[in-house]
Design a protein around this ligand. Sequence first.
Ligand code: GDP
Ligand code: MN
Length: 390
Amino acid sequence: MDIHEYQAKELLATFGVAVPRGAIAYTPDQAAYCASELGGTKWVVKAQIHSGGRGKAGGIKLCGSEQDVQQAANALLGMQLVTAQTGAEGRIVHRVYIEEAKPFVRELYLSLVLDRNTQRIILMASTEGGMEIEEIAKNSPELILQESVDPAIGLRPFQARKLAFGLGLQGKQVQRAVTIILGAYRAFRDLDATMLEINPLAVTADDQLLALDAKMSFDDNAMFRQTQVNEMRDYSQEDPREAQAAEHGLNYIGLTGSIGCIINGAGLAMATMDMIKHAGEEPANFLDIGGGASPERVAAAFKLVISDASVGAVLVNIFAGINRCDWIAQGVVKAAKMLNLKVPLVVRLAGTNVEAGKKIIADSGLPIITADTLAEAAAKAVAAYRATRK
Ligand code: GDP
Ligand code: MN
């Protein structure tokens, strides 16, 4: 789960990370009011979307008057901002963050990630912060300093000092950087983050260190115990299909293929996706409807899968252990009728009450294609899809 820059800064500030003063606005008038409340003569107006690379995409505007702030907010709000990270559809800007603009002399880079290979939190830092960090990482990886955290003892202050010296910081800057690095680490650990990036970490003319930008991602599976973070969720920034799935307790991940999948069990879903590829097409989604799915839940799953315009055939593959095939069949028939399904539908049922399930499908009067095995179901779905393309 991702959150906005201003939310990450709000969280980081409670861990002692220095951030500029700022305020959030949903309208241009609010933006101008925020600027006057913050005071000063220069502000940055920053588009809040779940993506980096906003600066290069025109999502960050430096303003010299309240009128400028209002105009910048007016231009950004409602805009579909396309960055190098969003894909062609971009993300809609619903909020702008107004910050006092701090002049700085250096832009540093600091990030924490979970390294799955070593199973440790890794800190990365670089003197080359700012908007070109991806190129630096690719072309001059030696400019990225790293420290790995021993999970049994946590981040040691000497490691933070080592990074601070490595960044060429001096005098009072060193202790300020150490406070920020240790604070960022505690935020990462205590909030179940999977990624935290401060870029740029600015050094100001008067030796202050400030997080001018902040990004954080979190472990979805930990959100049950991170209510403060979970409340920051912004569904408008997420794949609408995935948001809809979450509402019905369905485990859905949107993909780019043409065969829509409705399956129970994550393992069976993975195997079915493999079989679709093996048969020559690509799955349009991963979907695990879970055990004990009611006919209503199956119908919701159907609606979700076919709401994707690239779905050219639907494959239902259920192995009913906890589930019951007759319930699934009822849900399938109900959904196919209610949604007036236009694409071919292949159903493979196995397990509890399979005969009753098959009878419901056969008696439905719908042109449902049935299969007995997984391989047969995948092959039939691909064949049916291709037949519609001819
Ligand atoms: P990103 O492009 O999505 O990573 O957005 P950033 O928040 O990092 O902004 C892009 C660039 O705008 C930064 O690298 C800075 O150079 C500049 N910038 C961001 N915030 C401020 C600020 O408060 N003051 C000034 N002067 N520049 C800023
Ligand atoms: Mn940035």
